[in-house]
Write a protein that binds this ligand. Structure first.
Ligand code: NAI
Length: 341
């Protein structure tokens, strides 16, 4: 079978991770082209990853007749237009989350995706491809926890990433804390419960990093949600975990409860030294979800080869973004927001 030739757009914090995975850990795929505004990133793609074609503009890259698919890892506001452009050029598309920042734009994009059912579209909700989340999902689907009553999620970036985040948020619109961070938790809530969110109340506070006020971002936010069947979800999102990258999920059901990564452990090592008994902590998203990022890219390629759509759809992107926008609206208006589900 000939390999699937991929063009990647965006070689920043996450783009480099995807680019390396495609080049080195995705059998059946070839990282053929790369696009970035930044010359050093294109040099890296050519020299370190053996990319054949490099581009400064996305429009030029999708015009290349050599590509089968694109992987979109540009800032979030660009996703919808870049998805539409690639689909209309006949390419398969993997796009990072969120699918977009505005509902109308996303709906327009879904129309284009739906009009080309033979092309694969996949959204980067990589937690669904993490071994622990898959284990938990199987337990829930088999009814081992009974009926779910509460889902509690923490998604907190490390304080050490704050400087690079302020740069990222200053250079492009992240969509805010809920669209940028909680979107993964919102997707997990929908995935585990198979329910839509019908009502949200969200609040936030900037304490350690008031400079985030200037870029209109929240350091810490919390949301309480009611789902269609009255299951409850509680989210905490933040950018200031002093100990590392803290992603934790708790599912409470009528027959039991489970926690995924109750402590964000790096591995199975416990250190006993002058600091006491220490469990090293996962430090950032590429580390914690290293395997999940590889798994999702392998799934994208398998879907292209086997001509089937992946489980994560553009519709999941739309629904989760609606909830994230409602959370932001709740913070801004101090109101409880009802969603049309
Ligand atoms: P970044 O700011 O580090 O990198 C952005 C890259 O896009 C740079 O290479 C820049 O040159 C390029 N770029 C910017 N505008 C462009 C345009 N119009 N055309 C072509 N290239 C353009 O951003 P980062 O952190 O890598 O985030 C990128 C996307 O990945 C965002 O949508 C973000 O939400 C998502 N992301 C997802 C994560 C996950 O957990 N799945 C984690 C981190 C980011």
């Amino acid at each position: 079978m000939t390999s699937i030739k991929i063009g990647i757009v965006g070689l920043g914090r996450l783009g480099k991770v995807h680019a390396k995975n495609i080049a080195k850990h995705t059998p059946g795929a070839e990282l053929y082209a790369a696009c970035s505004f930044i010359e050093e990133e294109l040099e890296f793609a050519k020299n370190e990853l053996g990319v054949t074609e490099t581009y400064k503009t996305y429009e030029e890259m999708v015009d290349s007749l050599n590509l089968d698919a694109v992987v979109i890892v540009s800032p979030s506001g660009f996703h919808p237009e870049q998805i539409r452009l690639a689909i209309e050029k006949g390419l398969h598309v993997f796009s990072e989350k969120p699918i977009g920042l505005e509902i109308e734009d996303i709906e327009k994009t879904i129309e284009v995706i739906d009009a080309h059912p033979e092309q694969i579209f996949m959204l980067g909700f990589m937690r669904r491809y993490d071994e622990s989340y898959q284990y938990a999902k199987k337990m829930v689907d088999e009814g081992q926890l009974g009926e779910l009553t509460v889902v509690r999620c923490y998604g907190i970036d490390p304080s050490s990433g704050l400087e690079s985040f302020v740069k990222f948020a200053g250079a492009s619109n992240s969509g805010g804390l809920f669209a940028d961070m909680s979107i993964h938790d919102i997707d997990l809530v929908r995935w585990f419960t198979k329910q839509e969110v019908s009502r949200v109340w969200a609040i936030g506070k900037n304490a350690a990093y008031p400079e985030l006020d200037k870029v209109n971002e929240l350091e810490t936010g919390a949301a309480m949600m009611q789902l269609e069947d009255r299951t409850m979800a509680i989210l905490v999102a933040g950018r200031n975990a002093a100990h590392g990258y803290h992603v934790e999920t708790e599912l409470i059901g009528t027959k039991g409860m489970l926690r995924v990564a109750a402590a964000p452990e790096k591995n199975l090592v416990t250190v006993f030294d002058e600091h006491g008994v220490v469990r090293p902590t996962s430090q950032n998203f590429p580390e914690r979800f290293s395997e999940a990022f590889k798994n999702e890219m392998n799934e994208f390629i398998a879907c292209i080869q086997e001509k089937r759509q992946p489980e994560v759809s553009a519709y999941d992107g739309l629904q989760s973004t609606k909830v994230a926008i409602a959370c932001q609206q709740s913070v801004d208006t101090k109101q409880l927001i009802d969603l049309d589900v």
